[in-house]
Structure formats: C-alpha cells, structure tokens
Design a protein around this ligand. Structure first.
Ligand code: NAG
Ligand code: NAG
Ligand code: NAG
Ligand code: NAG
Length: 544
C-alpha cells in the first residue's frame, strides 16, 4: 500500500516503485508514468483515496494489467503512432481540391511535359517542407522537436534536452544500465560528444561510448546520473558533414525504451540583398519608375512629363519593343530598345534588371501622375517592418478596382486549378485602414526591388498578361491595395497599336505558357475550355 508523505506525489510514487523493483523497468516505467500523470491531473485531491488502489492492483496482480499498459505505451516501433505520410494525408483533407479537365486541343501539346516537370518540382518541394515533428506522450526526455539549425560542415549542440524530473528520481532504482542512443536517420551528419566530456570522462569506469565517428552513437552511463545530466546539457552535438543548402536530418534518441525524433535543419544561410537608401533619405534615391511601352509615344510622353512634374529627379526606366523606336532623351530617363514585339513580360524583366534603388514603382505607359500621386505614403508602408508589405498598389482612376485573393485548388497528380478570385474577411492591413491585402490589383504598384526580382516575369508570356503576373506573386510577396495614392489612366489608341493588340488578344486564350509555368491544368478566366463547367471541377472537402 502507498502511504502519502509530504511533499506528496513524487515520494508516493517513488515508494511504489521500490516495491515493484523486481519488475523489468521497461514494463514498470510506463505504468508509473501513467500513474504520475494521473496524480498530476487529480492535483489537490488527497492521494490515498485516488492512487492507492492502482498501486495495489499493480503490485498484486501485476502481470496481465501491466502487460496491457505496456502494449499500449511501450515504444519499440509498435507504438501506435501514424507515420508521417499518413498524417499529412489527413492534414490535407481540408485543402481546396479539383478534378483536372481533359486538356483542350490547344493545351494538349505541352500538357504531358508540364505534368512531368510538375512532378519533378513536387519532389523538390518535398525536401523543403517542414517535418511533422511528433511529440510522443510520456516521454522521459524534454527535447526540441524542430528548429535546431546548422550550416553545412558545422557543429550544433542538441539544445533543450533534459530529464523529466520524475524519471530522474526513478533512475537510481533501475536495475539495468542507463543507455542513451543517438542516431542520424538520413545520414547527413553524425552525432558526437563535446570535447569537454572526453576530458572529464577519459578513463571512467562508469561510462562508455561506442559508435564514435558513425551515424549511431551509443552512450552507456551505467549508474552515472550526474554525467547523464551533464551530457544532456548541450554536450551532445550534431556535426553536419554533407554539402546541402536546405534539408533536414532526423535524429532519433532512444532512452530507456522510448524513442524521440529531433529534426536538425541543415541550411546554408543566404546572405541578404541590401540596397543603400542614400544619405539624404530622398525618395529619388530610393525609388525608380519602370514601364514597358509599345507603339504609344503620345501616352509615353505624358507618362514621363507627369512623373517629372511631381517628382523632378525620379529615375524612369523604359523598355520599348516598338518597330521604329523613338527614344526619349531626357535627364533621369533611361531608355532600352528591344527587338520588335519582343513582349511585355520580357520588357518588364529588362527594365527591372536595370533598377539600382531599393524600391521600384511599376505602372503601365498609359497612366500618368497627378497631384494625388503620393509616393511617400506608398514607401512608408513598404518600410514599416510591422506589416512586411512587399508590394503596395494604389488607385488607378478610370479603371475598375480589383480585389481579393486567388483561389487555387490542388490536384495530386495533374497540377493546380486557378478557380478565380475569393474574398475572405479580415484583409485590412493592421494600422492602415485604407489598405487591404490581396493577390491581384491594377498595375500601379511600388515594390521591394529584391522581392520583385526574385519573382520576375516569365518571358515566354509575350502579351501584356495581367492575372498571369499576379499568379506569379502568390506565396512570394505580400501585396496590398491602398486608396491613398493614385494615378490616372487614359485610353491611348492608334491603328498600329490596336492591330497588334487585337492579334495578341486573339492568341492569348489559347496560350499554354502560363499553364506550364505554374503547373496549372485549369484557368477560370479567358482561357478556352470548351464544355467545362468550373463548378463541376471542385472536389468537396469532408469538412464541408
Ligand atoms: C485529379 O484530376 C483527375 C482528373 O480529373 C481526377 O481523376 C482526380 O480524382 C483528381 N485528383 C484529386 C486529388 O482531386
Ligand atoms: C534635381 O537634381 C538637380 C541636380 O541634378 C538638383 O539641382 C535639384 O535640386 C534636384 N531637385 C530635387 C527636387 O531634388
Ligand atoms: C489636386 O488638384 C485638384 C484640382 O486640379 C484639386 O481639386 C485637388 O484638391 C488637388 N489635390 C491635392 C491633394 O492637392
Ligand atoms: C455548372 O454546374 C452547376 C452544377 O453542377 C450548375 O448549377 C450550373 O448552372 C452550371 N453552370 C453552367 C454555366 O453550365
């Protein structure tokens, strides 16, 4: 029978253990742990009444009851945890899904190649995803499941390891050696001990190590609990010994029949892309305007002169693929001539590649600045580190406002479906009631140059595509629309411009390039999918 002493719980259970000392610890430990947590749960309730019967039952009629508990909790690989892939499938059940339609004729020639390339990309993506770090019940060790990071060929201590205080009390009663095994399951690095430990324990009778220099390190502490605690305290190291940029190794620590997984993130940290904002804190040192133009010189003249009316020394970069280019020769205007009809996205890339400032303002050549164009307020938000805004779009007078996020559905084998816009609540930018987060606006936007360069524009898309450019920003930039700065849009038309524009607009609904780039099997808007009803493509989630 267990008699309560004070302080209560620990001593009580310790007493129980003494009586059960002839049992194998492997069987007893889970029971004791269960009991311990049970008592913890019943905190404040006198222990005699609640706990005693359990102790009695275990000590008298131990074998069968403890057998069952051991079966439930004993962790030797039969522990009833689901494997990572099974858990991931459960987790993804709430994701928007779609059935891919049969590709229309115009999409067929590239569809198979797209799916092949998409599979390779998915495989690559798997390497980068966060592991599911399973935290097991009743672990004798506290540990950091994920977040430990090391550069290739460097060392990192396995931080955060400690014994459960109750286990610490139990260990002296254990009738076997205390063994801790650490193994690298992906073999991207090796577990080892810090030098300090070898210095202390060189010729110890009470400690032995095997597997040094291999992927499995085994430490036998005999009964040396003090050393065990010392080693757990940042003296187990992981030594990365492969060249990798961004992968994860899984360390398995086995300690008195329990195994815990610790993920080590091996990551070569990229250096930043910093831009000097200049000494004067002047907007002209921080922002460059870029545009792509084609056969619209009257629009372009107004574009340049309006910008320099309100911001005299702002650098303007123009990429032009007109047939007979007429470069604008003015201070602070950089003019780049491209092959005839080279395309809109290639032009954006060219202009962007020449930007030397931290921020870039991009807009169409048929827009112009007014006294309501306020670059300072756009810049203020991009510089506000509380909101991490990457792209800030303003109002364009005379054009419809665009809002909302893009609804992307997933298909396991055939790519993604672009299902159109959706407007979730809570899109207001904190601290800026005039701003809303979103994933598609009219192009009058200021952006962080480094972010926009990484997104780029897919040069295979030749016509002035709009949604295609925004789809490229998904997950790569945080964008918002704010009503506190505007430009005005005018329709400039001429026969030559109209002719080429009409031509590309005819081709666009059957252009497979954006499908290829983003591994998309269906696109809701103007792409032609004869006989396909978008509603029918949606797969209902089990939670709806
Ligand atoms: C993917 O699309 C194919 C073709 O429509 C369909 O048979 C399959 O069930 C879809 N898979 C998912 C996970 O929606
Ligand atoms: C523009 O630059 C010129 C010299 O290039 C300078 O004299 C002038 O003050 C600048 N204007 C503004 C508004 O910064
Ligand atoms: C801009 O100019 C218009 C008239 O041209 C005026 O009504 C308006 O108040 C001005 N706005 C600002 C911000 O100065
Ligand atoms: C698409 O299908 C849904 C139901 O499956 C139907 O309600 C809707 O009217 C259809 N739309 C068109 C344009 O056929």
């Amino acid at each position: 029978m267990c008699v309560r002493r004070s302080p209560p719980n620990m001593t009580l259970l310790g007493g129980c253990l003494h009586r059960l000392a002839n049992f194998n610890l492997k069987v007893i430990l889970p029971i004791v742990l269960l009991l311990y947590f049970y008592v913890q749960m019943k905190n404040g309730v006198p222990c005699e009444a609640e706990v005693e019967p359990i102790c009695e039952r275990q000590s008298t009629d131990g074998a069968s009851a403890s057998q069952t508990m051991a079966e439930i909790m004993h962790d030797d690989g039969h522990f009833p945890y689901k494997d990572e892939e099974a858990l991931r499938i459960e987790m993804q059940a709430g994701r928007p899904r779609c059935d891919c339609p049969e590709p229309p004729d115009w999409l067929k020639p590239v569809n198979k190649r797209r799916i092949e390339e998409g599979k390779k990309w998915e495989e690559q993506k798997k390497k980068l995803r966060d592991p599911l770090s399973m935290c097991k019940a009743m672990s004798p060790l506290s540990y950091v499941g994920s977040g430990i990071t090391v550069e290739p060929y460097q060392l990192v201590p396995i931080i955060g390891l400690s014994l459960h205080p109750y286990i610490e009390q139990l260990l002296p009663d254990m009738n076997t050696d205390i063994i801790l095994q650490i193994s690298s399951t992906k073999r991207l690095g090796k577990p080892r001990l810090s030098k300090k430990i070898y210095e202390i324990e060189k010729d110890s009778q009470h400690f032995s190590v095997s597997g040094e220099g291999t992927y499995v390190l085994k430490l036998n502490f005999k009964k040396n609990i003090k050393l065990l605690k010392e080693i757990l305290n940042n003296n187990i190291l992981y030594s990365s010994d492969n060249y990798e940029l961004d992968v994860r190794d899984k360390l398995q620590l086995t300690f008195i029949e329990f195994t815990v997984d610790i993920y080590v993130h091996i990551r070569r940290e990229p250096l930043p892309d910093l831009y000097d904002p200049g000494e004067r804190n002047a907007i002209t040192d921080k922002v460059t305007v870029i545009t792509k133009t084609f056969e619209r010189y009257d629009a372009l003249d107004k574009f340049v002169s309006s910008i320099h009316t309100f911001y005299p020394n702002l650098t303007i970069i123009i990429a032009d693929d007109s047939e007979f280019p007429k470069p604008i020769k003015k201070n602070h205007v950089k003019y780049y001539i491209m092959p005839f009809r080279e395309g809109s996205f290639p032009g954006k890339n060219l202009a962007l590649s020449q930007v030397r400032t931290k921020y870039v303002l991009f807009m169409d050549d048929d827009m112009f600045f007014t006294n309501e164009t306020n670059l300072e307020v756009m810049l203020e938000k991009l510089e506000d580190q509380n909101i991490d805004m990457d792209i800030n779009c303003g109002l364009v007078n005379n054009l419809a406002k665009l809002r909302g996020l893009r609804n992307i559905a997933y298909n396991d084998t055939q790519g993604y479906c672009n299902m159109g816009p959706f407007s979730p609540p809570n899109r207001q930018v904190p601290g800026y009631p005039q701003c809303m987060w979103g994933e598609m606006f009219i192009f009058f936007c200021m952006a962080k140059t480094a972010v926009l360069r990484k997104i780029g524009a897919y040069p295979q898309i030749v016509p002035a595509a709009h949604e295609e450019a925004w789809i490229d920003t998904i997950g790569k930039a945080k964008s918002a629309f704010c009503e506190d700065s505007s430009v005005t849009h005018t329709h400039y038309r001429n026969n030559k411009y109209d002719k080429y524009r009409w031509e590309t607009e005819q081709l666009m609904p059957r252009n497979p390039m954006a499908f290829f780039e983003n591994n998309i099997c269906y696109w809701w808007s103007y792409y032609q999918f004869p006989g396909v009803n978008k509603t029918d493509l949606k797969v209902k989630s089990p939670f709806e």
